[in-house]
Design a protein around this ligand. Structure first.
Ligand code: ATP
Ligand code: AMO
Length: 433
């Protein structure tokens, strides 16, 4: 028994041919004189049409015995049919159930009955059979491929750094502690320290696409406890240089989504907004504070943007924009302060409306300044020995950023809840499936 065609390959061009398709029973309509069965595979739907006068009684019986979401193989002849998906139907000659689905189903993949996201996630394998759900992951896969192609074209080397680590990297978010034999260890929050050490290793330009773990207690539509981060680090570069690498990457991703994922966007009923060309607009932190204050939101210079502030600011911006020149005190120890105005740093965030997509900066490459900045943030330099060592023996000046891949996928698909962009999301309450 061997599949000959995917559903999308069953089209009027092969009318008259014998085919064998395999997939899931999407729908059964028994009108007495005629039975319609819709079969679904990864790529779409195909209709099986069985007029009782023309078809063997035993085949009609097999069709009537089918249950929704069972896995089947159907052999038959393709013929033109205006009203069917793809403009063709299959007249069945053989119907084989490869694996029956238990009934009733925990959720309805045809979406006649809508389910809440929690119910859907509990039966995620079934939920993922829906084309509007799988479309998100096809777009995300295309995004990751485009990102990789872009980095390779830019001459960057792909790296994999440890996710079992000995210390924190990002202030503010919490770490997940684990037991590492007789030592305490943590799940990595960011490849930050390792990608910087690679600048000391002379790799010049590196990138990594990998999991990050953050013990964020709060439950929002944009935070996960396990996320995917797209990280890059470039030697002999500053914040402005890496901002151009970043907006170049975002533009490449937007273009390729429009080019390669038209069908998926259609299924999602999402019209990807106009693709920005050239450098994205920049807004200084100082000016952002003025705008936010002018909207009646009280926020002092030096504070991080509250959710309310991000929203008010986002309302005044179109699409992607950089927030630059952040107060040094609210940026991590590795961000480079301005020489003439050390209270602000060469650090930026990339925003899409009110959603933070990326953070980056020119990094501190001088050992003494790095240690000073750690101490100012109540971090003990002793805990960073192997990282700091790389700054004593010839560290190239460098800059870089990290993009939340799942957040970027939200922008590409128009979904409001970050959980929609992750196959098996990990949030404050969910550790299974
Ligand atoms: P980053 O990756 O830099 O942490 P982010 O987009 O995750 O960026 P945060 O800085 O974590 O954003 O938080 C942005 C805003 O989200 C905060 O200023 C606050 O309004 C809200 N927020 C953060 N932490 C919490 C929390 N524990 N509970 C509720 N809201 C929070
Ligand atoms: P930051 O902490 O801002 O910076 O993280 C970078 C980007 O990762 C995404 N992100 C998340 N996405 C989902 N859930 C989360 N809990 C979560 N936390 C972060 C966001 C964010 O902008 N080392 C620096 C990057 C650098 O400077 O190179 C860092 O980790 O989109």
């Amino acid at each position: 028994l061997r599949r000959t065609h995917y559903s999308k390959e069953v089209n009027p061009e092969i009318s008259g041919e014998e085919v064998l398709i395999m997939g899931w029973v999407h729908e059964i309509r028994d009108l007495g004189g005629i039975i319609f069965v819709i079969i679904r595979d990864r790529d779409g739907l195909v209709q099986i049409t069985a007029p009782s006068k023309k078809i063997d009684a035993s085949i009609l019986e097999d069709l009537r015995a089918l249950r929704k979401e069972s896995v089947v193989a159907i052999e038959g002849t393709v013929q033109d049919a205006g009203k069917a998906p793809n403009g063709v139907e299959i007249i069945p000659a053989k119907v084989i159930t490869l694996n029956p689905a238990k009934q009733p189903l925990p959720i309805d993949p045809t979406e006649k009955v809508k389910a809440e996201i929690d119910t859907r996630l509990n039966s995620r394998f079934l939920d993922l059979r829906k084309s509007n759900v799988s479309s998100i992951f096809k777009i995300k896969a295309n995004m990751l491929k485009t990102v990789r192609d872009y980095f390779y074209k830019e001459g960057m080397i792909e790296i994999n750094t440890p996710k079992l680590v000995a210390s924190a990297t990002e202030g503010g978010t919490e770490l997940f502690p684990i037991t590492y034999f007789e030592k305490e260890a943590f799940l990595g929050q960011s490849p930050q320290l390792y990608k910087q050490m690679m600048m000391g290793a002379g790799f010049d330009k590196v990138f990594e696409i990998g999991q990050i773990f953050r013990a964020e207690e709060h439950d929002t539509l944009r935070h996960l406890n396990e996320a995917v981060s797209i990280d890059c680090e470039i030697s002999f570069a500053d914040d402005v240089d890496v901002m151009r690498v970043l907006d170049g990457m975002i533009t490449a991703v937007l273009k390729s989504t429009k080019e390669n994922c038209g069908r998926e966007l259609e299924v999602l009923e999402y019209d990807l907004s106009a693709i920005p060309e050239g450098p994205f607009p920049e807004l200084k932190y100082d000016d952002a504070i003025d705008i936010i204050n002018s909207k009646g939101i009280d926020i002092e210079w030096g504070e991080d943007l509250s959710r309310e502030a991000e929203k008010a600011l986002g309302d005044t911006q179109e699409g992607f924009y950089f927030l630059t020149d952040w107060p040094s005190a609210i940026k991590p120890f590795y961000a480079m302060p301005y020489e003439d105005r050390p209270e602000i740093s060469h650090a930026f965030d990339l925003m899409y409306k009110n959603l933070e997509i990326s953070s980056g900066s020119t990094r501190v490459h001088q050992y003494d300044l790095l240690v000073k900045q750690m101490i100012e943030r109540d971090l003990n330099p002793d805990g960073f020995g192997s990282y700091l060592k790389a700054f004593e023996y010839g560290m190239a000046p460098h800059a870089g950023w990290g993009v939340g891949a799942d957040r970027l996928a939200m922008v590409l698909t128009g979904v409001e809840n970050i959980r929609e962009t992750v196959l098996f999301p990990r949030d404050r309450h969910r550790l299974t499936p």
